[in-house]
Design a protein around this ligand. Structure first.
Ligand code: ADP
Ligand code: MG
Length: 320
């Protein structure tokens, strides 16, 4: 039987060169910030049966837990540096730990983000990661920085994660090929780190879309004390959702969760710079609306007619 310390040593301690001044093994890790940078910090907790299905593939889960944290750094325009991992496990299952740590470190290595500590305890499967990044002071993409007149942009495509969820929950029929196309967007989100960093100092406000675009954009509007008009027909549907009927496309693009794309605002003078940043990073960027002084979010269709959204954003305490 693995002890807590064997488990940490075997699955979570690595000997490769460390960015941290002191890594796993002491009471605290020590991180020395790069001179002239600010530290961006974020935590995300994933709970079994709440954020992922019981019995979820361990490797995919390792990827997803870190990906959602990296996505927060991307949304701030920060460069990943390090993270901690707090883990509650029902049992020390070597096959699970092997898969989970593999998925976790594959992504960590891709973004050069180092595991520097954590905590391990017995309990219902819960994964909490705290991530640390660096950003040039004054360049972080804050939610309170949108200005009337800004364009609203989204990265990548929307809605496929929500479509996969609908298929898995039997909300609507989904053939195997469409599910196979959409499911990776739900299980393995791609954090838009390169794009976020390229937007730092160029865009005004940004966030990552985890609970649905309309609801999440609402956070920017509230924090920035502005309103917006969003064209639901301009929203870039994922390849699986793009094959479905317009009504579903609009609904899942505007309010589907788990996309982990960036929604950001920028002055119209920055259009060329933003297109170039997207091309450089290999990520589509699409202009989907504009920020206005009048408060509230106005959804319209291609013809400018008001569009009513049946689903609001996801909220853990008010959404069933
Ligand atoms: P403490 O008793 O001070 O809470 P622990 O005995 O829990 O410390 O942890 C010992 C070391 O292992 C610490 O450096 C801690 O950061 C690290 N650690 C514990 N759990 C994990 C984990 N799941 N992943 C990475 N490091 C961990
Ligand atoms: Mg401890």
């Amino acid at each position: 039987m693995l002890s807590e310390f064997d488990l940490i040593k075997q699955y979570f301690t690595r000997s490769r060169p460390a960015r941290a001044t002191l890594g796993i093994g002491d009471d605290c890790a020590l991180l020395t910030p790069t001179p002239g940078t600010q530290i961006a910090i974020s935590s995300d907790m994933l709970v079994e049966n709440r954020h992922f299905f019981a019995g979820a593939d361990a490797r995919a889960l390792g990827h997803k837990c870190l990906a959602v944290n990296l996505s927060d750094l991307a949304a701030m325009g920060a460069k990943p540096v390090a993270f901690t991992l707090a883990l509650a496990l029902p049992k020390a299952d070597p096959a699970w730990l092997e898969g989970f740590s593999r998925g976790l470190f594959e992504l960590a290595d891709e973004y050069d983000c180092e595991l520097i500590g954590g905590d391990t305890t017995k309990g219902p499967l819960t994964v909490c990661i705290t991530i640390f990044g660096e950003v040039t002071p004054g360049q972080a993409l804050r939610r309170d920085a949108a200005l009337a007149g800004d364009d609203i942009w989204v990265s990548g495509t929307l809605g496929d994660a929500r479509l996969a969820l609908a298929g898995l929950r039997d909300e609507l029929p989904l053939d195997a090929a469409t599910l196979a196309l959409a499911a990776p967007r739900m299980h393995a989100p791609t954090p838009r780190i390169a794009l976020g960093r390229a937007l730092a100092g160029v865009a005004h406000a940004a966030l990552d879309i985890s609970d649905g675009l309309a609801g999440d954009l609402g956070h920017i509007l509230k924090a920035s004390n502005v309103g917006a008009t969003l064209d639901v027909d301009a929203l870039p549907a994922g390849p699986a959702l793009a094959t479905r009927e317009p009504a579903l496309r609009r609904r899942f693009c505007a309010a589907g969760g788990d996309d982990y794309e960036l929604c950001f605002t920028a002055a119209p003078e920055q259009r060329a710079a933003i297109e170039a940043a997207g091309a450089r990073c290999g990520v589509a960027v699409t202009r989907v609306g504009s920020i206005e002084a009048a408060p509230g979010l106005r959804l319209v269709d291609r013809a400018g007619a008001p569009y009513t959204l049946s689903d609001g954003g996801f909220d853990h305490f008010t959404t069933a």
